[in-house]
Design a protein around this ligand. Structure first.
Ligand code: PMP
Length: 426
């Protein structure tokens, strides 16, 4: 079989005609497939149902630090929830603020505080300074870009590598005092499933940004979300690494149990330095008297410790591993022999990232839609939905069943091939 890059126009046109006939058959089958949603399926939600039984009308509701979990107070969370979330954040329990059910909500809130209220030691908030910018590693998570874009931050991009953001580019950008911070995902990034190397952690910790109010928004959403027992990314202790350099104020770390317990009813938290925690508490105390401590208590009593979390995550891995394998096998079988596209082979997290022929990603997603397969929009992996190379597509294998995934993978590969051939034919 010839590689697509070696085809001439006539050969490409011939192959295209055959594949378009196959495409029409798929269309006629009236498929309803979806690889867009990065969410657990119903079986995975059932793993955590027992947690709901940890509290009933007779359960003691007093936290270890003496708070009545059904009452006001305890803005920054109960002790046992801080201890639990610290394990996911890779920080100490005393460095944790526990929030509500969503880490994205906390990221948005913190961004809005930075926008409106000066960070410690600064006179003006980001929103009152000239051309504030926020570094966006790409491909990345669309909702991050939506948050920084919402506040009008300019979003310079840096390329992601398998070990984290291109640190040469980051080190250059932070020389500009208008650069106020950056997004990052240290473990099993969305969408590639990449994890930071220890060199990336060291170089981020060592950064000396020109802006005194520079803050890394480190979204550690998938710290325990391993697919394999024998090959796992390390959850780096970012705050400690920053502290060793005296830069502990440069980073906010976020996590949640959305993909551990329930995406709609989990617990989210921030890990931060003392000074940053004081800033967070000061501003959040205006918007709420406290979050849902009964849910914090449920999570702490159910998961208990890191061993408890890992045991639980193995159940998720049992469901997710074959799904990732199905998609990866289909990509390998259909696209490798013709040397078309490159994709990641994650060891954890929720996504696979694929780079198709540059200039064809939008077309691939449009063809998929025509054939009854919903994919994340092309461009979503870049700020403003604009992938300048039009090549990256995010694949989310978690929600569909295995048969559905197999069918979806085949439709997807067919569309990748058609778009590539159209590109050659012109
Ligand atoms: N960050 C990343 C990287 C995610 O992939 C997701 C969910 N898709 C979130 C945050 C959302 O997290 P939460 O449910 O805690 O708001």
């Amino acid at each position: 079989m010839k590689k697509y890059s070696e085809l001439n126009r006539e050969e490409a046109a011939g192959l295209l005609a055959g594949l378009l006939a196959e495409f029409e058959e798929k269309k006629a089958a009236g498929l309803k497939l979806d690889m867009a949603r990065g969410k657990p399926n119903a079986d995975q939600l059932d793993f955590s149902r027992e947690m709901l039984d940890t509290l009933n009308s007779e359960s003691p509701l007093i936290s270890e630090d003496g708070l009545h979990c059904a009452n006001y107070m305890g803005l920054d969370g109960i002790l046992e929830a801080k201890r639990l979330m610290a394990l996911m954040l890779g920080v100490n329990a005393g460095e944790v603020f526990v929030g509500g059910n969503s880490s994205l909500n906390l990221m948005h809130d913190l961004m809005s505080f930075c926008w409106m209220f000066p960070l410690p030691g600064c006179e003006k908030p980001w929103g009152k300074q000239e051309s504030p910018k926020f570094i966006c590693p790409v491909p990345g998570y669309d909702r991050h870009f939506a948050v920084s874009g919402h506040f009008g931050l300019e979003m310079p991009t840096v390329p992601m590598t398998p070990g984290g953001p291109d640190m040469d580019a980051v080190e250059e950008l932070v020389k500009d005092p208008c650069v106020k911070g950056m997004w990052c995902m240290p473990v099993y990034s969305n969408p590639q499933g990449h994890s930071f190397s220890s060199e990336t952690v060291d170089r981020l910790a060592a950064l000396k940004p020109a802006a005194p109010d520079f803050r890394i928004f480190c979204d550690n959403s998938y710290p325990v979300h391993n697919l394999y027992d024998d090959r796992q990314a390390e959850n780096p202790r970012m705050l400690e690494a920053f502290g060793k350099r005296g830069h502990e104020n440069n980073i906010f770390i976020f996590t949640s149990t959305s993909k551990v317990s329930f995406p709609g009813a989990g617990v989210a938290a921030i890990g931060a330095s003392k000074e940053n925690l004081a800033y967070i508490n000061r501003h959040i105390s205006i918007q709420t008297i406290g979050y849902d401590k009964l849910n914090q208590l449920r999570h702490a009593r159910y998961f208990k410790d890191l061993a408890g979390i890992h045991a639980h995550m193995r159940k998720h891995a049992e469901v997710l591993r074959p799904k990732f394998a199905t998609v990866l096998e289909t990509l390998e079988r259909e696209l490798s022999p013709i040397d078309l596209a490159e994709w990641t082979k994650p060891l954890g997290g929720y996504f696979i990232s694929i780079d198709v022929v540059p200039g064809t990603a939008k077309r691939v997603v449009a063809l998929c839609k025509e054939a009854g397969l919903v994919m994340t929009p092309a461009g979503a992996t870049h700020p403003y939905g604009n992938d300048p190379d039009d090549k990256t597509i995010r694949i989310a294998p978690s929600f569909p069943g295995l048969d559905e995934l197999k069918a979806a993978g085949e439709v997807f590969c067919l569309c990748v091939k058609i778009a590539a051939l159209e590109h050659i034919v012109g």
